[in-house]
Design a protein around this ligand. Structure first.
Ligand code: IMP
Length: 174
């Protein structure tokens, strides 16, 4: 079966939107320091670009998560495989996600992190697929709403491939 990649969101569109998100976030937090939590692995490229677009004193943390599910479906049972390097009590925390699909992963992380008593917790996601939502999740800063297609590139993978594509694409099989 031949694989073809079609472009859904171009590199230029992503870069322009990331700049806008950075400005919006910096304006909202004013000069307060922010803890950017990059949810691994899918958001590593988005988080790297977003961090450079936010003109605030920043601390960057990485959170390793594994979601148990069938194939491409998330189950909502999320295991932390790598935790933050420091506590977040009293801090403003912003989760950086690649995509909110069923919403189960981020809903679970929000519940878990609220028990750590941060000053605030918000979510910034590059993509959102509302057609697949299984729980209501408030995405405070959103790059793009997309239709129900499995996407790859700009950090997102299919079986660990395609993370290095500079755009968001769809794998077409013919
Ligand atoms: P959720 O728990 O269903 O919202 O999904 C969370 C995770 O599933 C995302 O952070 C991605 O890593 C992965 N995921 C969901 N949809 C896609 C997709 O279309 N392409 C690649 N990964 C996806």
């Amino acid at each position: 079966m031949a694989e073809r990649i079609s472009t859904m969101i171009t590199q230029e569109q992503i870069q322009a939107r990331v700049k806008e998100l950075g400005l919006e976030i910096a304006a909202e937090y004013k000069d307060r320091p922010l803890v950017l939590v990059c949810v691994l692995k899918g958001s590593f490229i988005f988080a790297a670009d977003l961090a450079r677009a936010i003109d605030l004193p920043l601390r960057v943390e990485f959170l390793g998560v594994r979601s148990y599910g069938e194939g491409t479906e998330s189950s909502g049972v999320v295991q932390i495989t790598q935790d933050l390097s420091k506590p977040i009590a009293g801090e403003d925390v912003l989760f950086v996600e690649d995509i909110v699909d069923t919403g189960l992963t981020i809903a679970h992380l929000m519940d878990l992190f609220r028990t750590r008593q941060p000053r605030s917790v918000k979510v910034c996601s590059l993509l959102h697929k509302p057609a697949r939502a299984r729980v209501a999740v408030k995405v405070d800063y959103l790059g793009f709403t997309i239709e129900d297609k499995f996407v790859i590139g700009y950090g997102l993978d299919f079986a660990e491939r395609y993370r290095n594509l500079p755009f968001i694409g769809v794998v077409e099989r013919d």
